[in-house]
Structures are given as C-alpha cells and as structure tokens.
Design a protein around this ligand. Structure first.
Ligand code: SF4
Length: 127
C-alpha cells in the first residue's frame, strides 16, 4: 500500500502578505475569499484519493512531463479553486510544483512576460 508522504503544494508556502507590490489584481486572478472562507479548503489535490506527489514533479522533461500533464488535468478539470491557486502561486513567486494548472516553466514564462510588459509600459510612459 502506497503511503502519502508529500505535502500538498499550498502547505509548503506560508500565507503571504496581501499588500505585496506585485499583487495580481485582475478579477480573473484573485485569491481573495469571503470572510471565513479559504480556497485551500476546497483544493482538489488535498483530497485523500490523490497522491500529492503528483504536484511535485522532479524536473520538466522525460517522465516528469507526463506527471505534470496529469497534475494539470486535475487542476484544470476537477479543481474549483484553480484560479485562486494560480493567482496565489504567481503572486508569491512560487518556484516549485504545479499550481493552478501551471507548471514551474509556465509560471516563469508568465512572470517574464508580465515583467516585459511592465518595462514596455514604463518606457512608453517615459517617452
Ligand atoms: S488548482 Fe491544482 S494545485 Fe491548486 S489547489 Fe487545485 S488541484 Fe491543487
């Protein structure tokens, strides 16, 4: 019988401050909840039927690609808090694991794109 020793992704990162300068503010990517609710309580990956190691692939090539896709499928098709989870991971700059249907390289690419857009906006504003 397999044992589940890995922790769920959100358990490793302390709850961030809500006033970080790079906070994601678009409605699509909000991780705010009504008072008394916490999106983590509805995380699909926290259910006992899942092996939480799935969300922690080692690397991003070879067999890890299948693992990443499997984790993404659970996030995308079964988790009711995918957007909150993705927003959280992007906001705190979570470097490891699959969060909100986004792999490590997906998040890195998104953050680089956002940084480029901010630089372009700053250049346009200064011109
Ligand atoms: S989106 Fe994925 S990683 Fe995030 S809580 Fe849901 S199942 Fe877990």
């Amino acid at each position: 019988m397999a044992t589940h020793t890995a922790t769920v992704p959100w358990a490793l990162t302390p709850r961030p401050k809500t006033t970080q300068p790079n906070a994601v503010t678009r409605a699509k990517f909000t991780d705010t909840e009504p008072a008394g609710e916490n999106w983590r309580d509805r995380a699909e990956c926290a259910k006992p039927e899942h092996d939480t190691a799935l969300w922690w692939p080692v690397g991003d090539s070879g067999p890890a690609l299948l693992q990443i896709q499997e984790a993404k499928d659970v996030c995308n098709y079964r988790c009711p808090v995918m957007q909150q989870c993705a927003a959280y991971a992007l906001r705190v700059g979570e470097p490891y694991g699959v969060w909100g249907g986004l792999s490590e390289s997906d998040r890195a690419a998104l953050l680089r794109r956002r940084a480029r857009q901010r630089q372009q906006q700053a250049r346009r504003a200064a011109a």
